[in-house]
Design a protein around this ligand. Structure first.
Ligand code: FES
Length: 110
């Protein structure tokens, strides 16, 4: 599985998890969090990854270069709670090999 990238995810209790995420399965960051059960079912990915709920909001801690925000992500974040300068919607971030070493923190449940 050479296509896996290492990602550090800090859960809502402040606990850091080092996880391996596949880059060849068209997975996004929200789905990675769900697959490792780092947030209780029903509190993340509520809209199914449509950029319509902000339950997958996270703060990007590392300097990792991420794909630019699209309009629907920006619009959702402009209405969400707890938004910071480094907020992104996890469901809009597709895992790619460039994301090796990414560090994110899950935003509080809103
Ligand atoms: S899962 Fe709803 S906005 Fe990401």
């Amino acid at each position: 599985m050479e296509q896996d990238v290492n990602i550090k995810i800090i859960d809502r209790d402040g606990v850091a998890h080092d996880v391996l995420a596949p880059t060849d399965m068209a997975m996004n960051l929200m789905e990675v969090v769900r697959s490792y059960e780092l947030a209780p079912e029903g509190t993340i990915g509520v809209c199914g990854g449509m950029a319509m709920c902000a339950s997958c909001q996270c703060y990007v801690i590392s300097e990792t270069e991420l794909p630019e925000m699209q309009d629907d992500e920006e619009a959702m974040l402009s209405e969400a709670f707890y938004v910071k300068d480094n907020s992104r919607l996890g469901c809009q971030i597709q895992i790619t090999p460039e994301m090796e070493g990414l560090e994110v923190e899950l935003a509080p449940e809103s």
